[in-house]
Ligand binder design. Structure first.
Ligand SMILES: O=C(O)CCC(=O)C(=O)O
Ligand SMILES: [Fe+2]
Length: 204
């Protein structure tokens, strides 16, 4: 017998926009960008309807499987975008006043799933990409560290259900980010990162 829905326990931060005073970058957070009832529906839909798959990558000439599941949509490439993803993309584009043509979906099944330190500046997103990140489900800590100035403290941002984080300007040139593992017993978290890509992305 289920006494409550999983989504009942997902918390949202205090509504509002935070613009971080980030040296060498631009970072903005909007908690409750997507209101709870809607965020709950998106969570259920994306969790159950997405064709999640493993992401294999090469690390030091060895094949590894990333500790999370992924999916990828790109205009004019694979399958058409599901209606829910398109709705979120439109809402994000309206807020950012910019357009995106691709989205990477990440599923962190539990506390063992994570993403290691990296920058999103890849060949196919050009210099200084704008990355718009939406979170549904369990809150996880998003960390940022400066690549060169080790005197700057690591920044820790809890990304709540329905939150929106925007990394722009030179953020991805000067900063790396990660979502560390946690020993806590937690439910899944879904993260969507909308991007503008200039070439075919073949890893997906
Ligand atoms: O899950 C997150 O919040 C970050 C995901 C990420 O860094 C990425 O997809 O490049
Ligand atoms: Fe990233």
């Amino acid at each position: 017998m289920t006494l409550f829905n999983d989504t009942d326990i997902f918390t949202q931060g205090t509504a509002g926009k935070i613009i971080y005073d980030l040296p060498d970058g631009e970072l903005m957070l909007i908690d409750q960008f997507i209101a709870k009832p809607e965020a709950d529906l998106y969570y259920e839909n994306l969790l159950n309807q997405t064709k999640w798959r493993h992401y294999e990558m090469e690390l030091y000439n060895k094949k590894c499987v990333a500790p999370r599941m992924i999916a990828w949509y790109q205009d004019n490439k694979n399958a058409t975008w599901p209606a829910e993803l398109m709705k979120i993309r439109t809402q994000v584009e309206k807020e950012v006043q910019d357009s995106f043509n691709a989205v990477l979906l990440n599923l962190y099944r539990d506390g063992n799933d994570s993403v290691a330190w990296h920058s999103d500046k890849e060949n196919n997103t050009g210099q200084n990409p704008t990355i718009a990140s939406i979170t549904f489900g369990e809150t996880r800590i998003f960390k940022l560290r400066h690549k060169f100035n080790k005197e700057l403290a690591v920044i820790e941002i809890p990304l709540h259900h329905g939150s929106f984080l925007l990394m722009s300007g030179t953020t991805n040139t000067f900063w790396q980010h990660q979502v560390p593992k946690t020993a806590k017993q937690i439910l899944p978290r879904i993260n969507l990162t909308f991007r503008q890509v200039y070439q075919d992305v073949n890893f997906l």
